[in-house]
Design a binder for this molecule. Structure first.
Ligand SMILES: Nc1ncnc2c1ncn2[C@@H]1O[C@H](COP(=O)(O)OP(=O)(O)O)[C@@H](O)[C@H]1O
Ligand SMILES: O=c1ccn([C@@H]2O[C@H](COP(=O)(O)O)[C@@H](O)[C@H]2O)c(=O)[nH]1
Length: 211
């Protein structure tokens, strides 16, 4: 059988716990051939725009992402070729000048709010997960995280949530739940769901004789 990496997609709303699920899966396979790709790192480059313009961008719309580049990189990894992964800086709302050299791995976890929205991305995934967390918990988690880690004020997070994040979630993100193979309630602290996923990934890897 031709050797081809396994691609696991982890979708869900902002603050749902996608990163936490992805990290939990990653930790379980530490020492094995596994990597993460964040769709957020593939936001379109906006370095040509001044900061005040970048603040007005709708970051929750499918057109905000450079999915062409993401798909190109995924296809390279599926051919076991390395990529130069972009780096995104949330504090200045654009890609940084750096790229990170990433070697191909047997397991690729692709994580992002809109990864299930693009049919071309869905077709590259072996398993599709949707982390499903109530809106009140998502906004609370995002508020705490964005103030602590993404250089944001409480007012700006709330204003963006009400005017952009919430309507875009309802229009574009929530409907992609129907493409998921598995829906995980509450995210990264759902140990039962994580353990089930770990077992499933192990089975796939054994079938492919990767373990
Ligand atoms: N089950 C949980 N209970 C409490 N906090 C959580 C839980 N899952 C995630 N968090 C926290 O909520 C914030 C958002 O989670 P994260 O995994 O970054 O979500 P996403 O990647 O979907 O935006 C993080 O600070 C994370 O530590
Ligand atoms: O420059 C940016 C880029 C993105 N965002 C917000 O980030 C979330 C997606 O990241 P999660 O880790 O899934 O929360 C998205 O809802 C964007 O609104 C931003 O504010 N600024």
């Amino acid at each position: 059988m031709e050797r081809k990496p396994v691609v696991i997609g982890v979708a869900g709303g902002s603050g749902s716990g996608k990163t936490s699920v992805t990290k939990a899966l990653y930790e379980n396979f530490k020492g094995h051939s596994i990597m993460m790709i964040e769709q957020d790192y593939y936001y379109k480059d906006q370095s040509d725009l001044p900061l005040e313009e970048r603040l007005k961008t709708n970051y929750d719309h499918p057109l905000a992402f450079d999915n062409d580049l993401l798909i190109e990189h995924l296809n390279q990894l599926l051919r076991y070729e390395p990529i130069e992964k972009p780096v995104y800086d949330y504090t200045i709302h654009t890609r940084s000048n750096e790229v990170v050299h990433v070697e191909p791995k047997d397991v690729i976890i692709l994580e992002g709010i809109l990864i299930l929205e693009d049919e071309r991305l869905r077709e590259l995934m072996d398993i599709k997960l949707y982390v499903d967390t109530d809106a009140d918990l998502r906004i609370i988690r995002r508020l705490l995280r964005d103030i602590k880690e993404r250089g944001r004020s409480m007012d700006s997070v709330i204003e963006q949530y009400v005017n952009v994040v919430r309507p875009m979630h309802n229009q574009f993100i929530e409907p992609t739940k129907r493409y998921a193979d598995i829906i995980i309630p509450e995210g990264g602290h759902n140990r039962v769901a994580i353990d089930l996923m770990v077992t499933k990934i192990q089975t796939i890897l054994e079938q492919k004789s990767f373990l």
